[in-house]
Design a protein around this ligand. Structure first.
Ligand SMILES: [Cu+2]
Length: 445
């Protein structure tokens, strides 16, 4: 009975493996086909780009490292096509079943080696010879190797990956967040190194052998206290530090809110809509029912506050001036993310969120600090919101107060005569349609 059960389970398992194999082969074929098509297309595109590139000043386009919002997406696509011929990366992306199979094959390989060694040992035992492998010794040595590799890994992360990590914060509150990160990193590094040495070092030093006998040591209250109380204190300190830091960043008094420059940022698949509040420093109301091709954000123009609002394609903000961002979304969850300023807040449909921060370094100052005259601050989306998520970005420039004033004065009002006319036409159309419907229903009665 038991044997039958095992046989059934084995057959089901083999069936699943065969199914995965078949699907994997199919997807591999499809990928191969896609990559051939992609490489042909990219080859054709590159050839076309080469012919047109001579007429375009390619150098000036290359210096444009970031093009903001979907308004410029088509231009961006063209720029990318002209300057950077698409590298065919399709063979790099494999399906999940590929990695599952790879793991499965690895396990089988290790299993087979193990079985061969076992058979070898058994045959030696049958011949009355001792086994050549002392597994306890082998495992002890493996622990020692893990100890050395683990410690080298820490060194490698700090020396190679460290410099690639986050650089100086460009906002005032960002320094508090960086301090928290550093404290957490120092504590966790010390704990990791100590526990790593103890865990693997002891496993190596006290590895089993014929000569040693283990000492039975089931419990020690003092040790239990030490490894419970110390982590509890450390974690409490870290959590409280995080809690108070976050409160100090997000709990802004009403007086301080009034001092800030108001900007509204609305996420949409796949662009950021940016609205400046104008002279009154208050953005007008929005209503999703008012959304139409002319009024993509559904701004309510009955609200006078909206009359001086300005829709722009990039964020320009004055240095050392508090900025208050009202964040929203038209469709799915997005996340307003300014890595340089340590600002991140979800953009939630139907629920405005806020983030107030003060930039402390202008774009030029950051360029000088980073020794890169092409560096730009960037607004990104930190939620995987769909296929075009990667391109949901906008340029952010921090300038002096004077430069900001000059820039904002140049930006046109959204509620201009053309928009007024278009909106009037939309209203008239709606009214005419409503009248028609009312007339039809009356006739039908
Ligand atoms: Cu997004």
């Amino acid at each position: 009975m038991r044997l039958r059960k095992i046989n059934i389970i084995r057959s089901i398992f083999i069936f699943i493996v065969i199914c995965i194999l078949v699907t994997n082969i199919k997807t591999s074929f499809a990928q191969a086909k896609d990559s051939t098509i992609a490489s042909i297309t990219s080859a054709v595109d590159t050839a076309a780009a080469k012919t047109t590139a001579s007429s375009v000043d390619a150098h000036s386009l290359a210096s444009e490292t970031l093009i903001s919002t979907a308004v410029d997406t088509s231009a961006y696509a063209q720029t990318a096509l002209l300057n950077k011929p698409e590298v065919d990366k399709s063979p790099m992306f494999k399906s999940a079943s590929y990695y599952f199979l790879l793991f499965f094959l690895g396990c089988i390989f290790i299993g087979i080696i193990g079985k061969i060694l076992k058979v070898y040992e058994l045959s030696r035992e049958m011949q009355g010879k001792t086994t050549p492998f002392d597994w306890r010794k082998v495992q002890g040595i493996l622990f020692a190797i893990a100890l050395v590799f683990g410690l080298y890994g820490v060194y490698w992360c700090y020396t190679v990956q460290g410099p690639m990590g986050v650089h100086e914060s460009a906002s005032v509150h960002g320094e508090q967040i960086d301090f928290m990160f550093k404290i957490t990193l120092i504590i966790t590094t010390i704990v990791f190194i100590l526990t790593h040495i103890l865990l693997f070092g002891f496993s190596f030093k006290y590895r089993g052998s014929e000569k040693k006998k283990a000492y039975f040591y089931p419990h020690n209250n003092a040790v239990e206290r030490i490894w419970t109380i110390i982590p509890a204190i450390v974690l409490t300190v870290l959590v409280l530090l995080g809690f108070f830091t976050w409160r100090s960043i997000t709990n802004v008094s009403e007086a301080d809110q009034k001092k800030a420059l108001n900007i509204e940022v609305i996420g949409e698949q796949f662009k950021w809509n940016l609205r400046y509040a104008g002279n009154d420093n208050q953005t007008g109301m929005r209503n999703y029912k008012l959304i139409n091709p002319t009024n993509g954000l559904g701004i309510d123009f009955k609200d006078r506050k909206s009359w001086d609002d300005k829709l722009v394609s990039e964020i320009v903000i004055p240095v050392n001036h508090p900025i208050r961002i009202t964040i929203g979304s038209k469709d799915v969850l997005h996340s307003f993310y300014l890595p340089d300023f340590r600002v991140q807040m979800n953009a939630v449909p139907g629920m405005p969120t806020y983030f107030q921060f003060t930039p402390r370094l202008t774009t030029q100052q950051m360029r000088d600090k980073r020794n890169n005259q092409n560096y730009n601050y960037t607004l990104l989306c930190a939620k995987i919101c769909g296929a075009g998520h990667y391109n949901m970005q906008a340029k952010v420039t921090v300038v002096s107060e004077k430069e900001y004033e000059a820039w904002i004065a140049k930006q046109p009002l959204f509620y201009n005569d053309d928009v007024k006319k278009e909106l009037q036409m939309v209203e008239q159309k709606k009214a005419a349609q409503n009248n028609k419907v009312a007339l039809n229903t009356n006739i039908n009665r």
